[in-house]
Design a protein around this ligand. Sequence first.
Ligand SMILES: Nc1nc2c(ncn2[C@@H]2O[C@H](COP(=O)(O)OP(=O)(O)O)[C@@H](O)[C@H]2O)c(=O)[nH]1
Ligand SMILES: [Mg+2]
Length: 453
Amino acid sequence: MFANLTERLSSITRNLQGKGRLSNNNIKDTLREIRLVLLEADVALPVVKNFIEGIREEVVGSKIEKSLTPGQALIKIIHHKLIDLFGNKTIELNLKRPSPLVIMMVGLQGSGKTTTAAKLAKRLIDIEKKRVMLVSVDVHRPAAILQLNRLANEIGADFFNSEDTQNPKTIVSSALKQSQRSQSDIIIIDTAGRMHVDDSMMAEISEVYKEASPSETFFVIDSMAGQDAINSAQAFSERLDITGIILTKTDGDARGGAALSVSQVTGKSIFYLGVGEKIDDIELFHPERMASRILGMGDVLSLVEEIEAKVDRKQSERLANKLKKGKKFDLYDLKDQLEQMIGMGGMSAILDKLPNAGQLNNAAVSKQFDEKQLKRQIGIINSMTPNERHFPKTINGSRKRRIAAGSGLQIQDINKLMKQHVQMERMMKKMSGGKMKKMMRGLSGMNLPSGLR
Ligand SMILES: Nc1nc2c(ncn2[C@@H]2O[C@H](COP(=O)(O)OP(=O)(O)O)[C@@H](O)[C@H]2O)c(=O)[nH]1
Ligand SMILES: [Mg+2]
C-alpha cells in the first residue's frame, strides 16, 4: 500500500535530511509539496488542511532553526503529526467486559466485512481462547450467509443459522438468545453491505444496531476506496455509534487517501488492518509504524532520535561559547568530543542501523571511529598533565615518549592524535557562532551517507 505516497514523501524527507539550515522558504516549499502529495493521494481536503496547519504551528513553536539538525527536526514534526492523524496509539479490543461481547461489522459492499468478521473471530479464538459465534444478517446478497457459514466452519467458530427469508432484527434477537445457551464469549454480527448509502438500508442497519446494542461497532473500509467511502463513513457515524475502524486490503496498491483520512473524519481509531485474502491476514494497527513506513524511514528515525538524545547539546554550546570568546580548542575539548562519539555507540553501531549501510566502505569508516580506537585516543589524553591538555604546543618529543609509555601506545599514535587535534582546532578557528553548530552537526552525523544526513 502507499507505494507512490511513500516514494514521494520519502523523497521530501531525504531532501530535508541534508539540510543544516532551513529558511522560511524551505519550510514553505516542503509544506506545499506535502500538501500536493496528500491531495494526489486522495486524502480528504479538510484533513490535508488541518495536517499542514498543524505542522506549521509546531514548526513556529519549536524554533526549528535553533535545533542541532533542522532538517531532521522538521521530519520529526511531520512524523509526529502523521501519528496524530492515525489517532496516536495502538488500540486493542477491550475484552474485559461482560460476555457475550457483541461486535458489529458495518460498511460498504465489498469493503471486506464478512472476511474480516471471520479473521477477527479466528484471532479471538486462537490468541484469546474465546468462544466466538458468527451471525449474518445479510439477507440481501445471495449466498452471503453461506459465505460466513463456510468461514465459521473453517476457523472453528460457532455459527448461528439464519435464513435470508428472515427479518434482520429477528435474526439478532434469536442469535443473542442462542449465545446465552451456548455460553459464547463474543458474538460478531456481519451486516449487509450497500453500494452507497441509501435510506432503507440505513434504516435496516439502525434497527439491527438497536437490537444488538453492540459494545463495538467497526466500520470496515477498503483502503483503495476513495472519497465516497470517506463520505459514507460520516453517514454511518451519524446513524450508529461507530467505535473503531478496520482498514482492509492494505496489501494492494492503494493511494492511501482512505487510510489517512478515515480516523480524522470519523474521530475514531483504526484497530486492525486487513493485509491479505487469507484468514490469518489481519494485524493490529500501529500508528507509529505506519507513519514511519509512509515516510519511508523505518529505523533511520529512531537513529535520529538516538543521536539527538545522546549528543550533549549543552556541552556543544559551552564549547561554542568558549571558542567565541577567543579561547582555544584544547585537548580537554577533544576528549569531550571523543566521549560523545563513544556515547553514540561508535560508528559501527550507527552503521548497523542504517538501511543501506552496505553501500558504504563499512570497514574503513568503522575502523576510524570504532569504540576501541576512541578509547585509545582518550587514554592518550588521560596520560597527559593538565598543563599539556591546556597547551598542546608544549608537547615535545620527550613528552610524547612519556605519554606513549603511560598509555601503552606508540609514538605514532600520539602523533596521530596531535594531528587530529590540530586539524580540529583549525576547523574550529574558522568557525564562529552558527557555523560552530554546523560543525557539531558534522561531528554527530559523521560520514553518514549523504542522503541520510
Ligand atoms: N487482498 C485482500 N483482499 C481482501 C481483504 N479483505 C477482504 N478482501 C477481499 O475483498 C472481497 C470482498 O470481501 P467481503 O468480505 O465479501 O466484503 P463484504 O461485502 O464487505 O462482506 C473478497 O474477495 C475478499 O477476499 C484484504 O485485507 N486483502
Ligand atoms: Mg459480506
